[in-house]
Design a protein around this ligand. Sequence first.
Ligand SMILES: [Fe+2]
Ligand SMILES: [Fe+2]
Length: 265
Amino acid sequence: MQKKIIQISDLHFGEFKFCNRLKDNLKFQIEYENPDLIVIAGDITSMGYLEEYNMARDFITDLSNIAETYVVPGNHDSCNVGLIHFRNLIGDRKFIGSDKSDDVIIIGLDSSEPDIHDGKLGFDQLEWLNDVLNRIPSSKFTIVTFHHHLLPIPQTGRERNILLDSGDTLKLLVSHKVNLVLNGHKHVSNSWKVEDMVILNSGTATTTRLYGDNYPAYNKILIRNNEISAYQIKTETGQERFLAHYTIDQNNKNKSDLPKSCFTY
Ligand SMILES: [Fe+2]
Ligand SMILES: [Fe+2]
């Protein structure tokens, strides 16, 4: 199996540090890449307002013409009861999807809470996730995406908004041998691997809300059988920087080991 996935996040349409030039670059570069799947890991708006959602929706429609595109909400999208616009203009806040050939399964979850920056998935979503993961055939490459970072991200100063139920979530995802987790929120690209699971964070693709000497960027992920390579792409120039390369054990998924409930590991 060979797949190319584009992971973007933190577009922040409507934000005063949002840059139209970067948005145009991003679309042009993704068209050139011609990926199998596009994942937007939240914070598509600045404050959850309707006009911001309208701009984001137009951009997401353009991306959908390139490849299957999936979006989860971020903390900024749930401000000002913005999730009503998310539902009306973008889609479901939690979902199961796939790439066109159905080799890759993607599960989206909503980690946002109204009007605060903290994130959590909560018991109900974790139980739902557990049920869904129990039903996915072990042959499928499985991705789970939600906005708030599952693990701390280096070079971002004081840690404040890690997922509140990150321990339970991490345990559940690792127990099910999920292959890839895609997060945003911190505006910094990063990669971790826990057991056989790769966890990638994408930076802000279209704003200059940055830490230190970072730059607006997003991730390109190449999957070749059991090899996962990740690159950070600078939105300004399209320049690539190698992030990480991992080998995972796809044969390691023994369904009989799987938990019946998300709290009975
Ligand atoms: Fe953000
Ligand atoms: Fe965020």
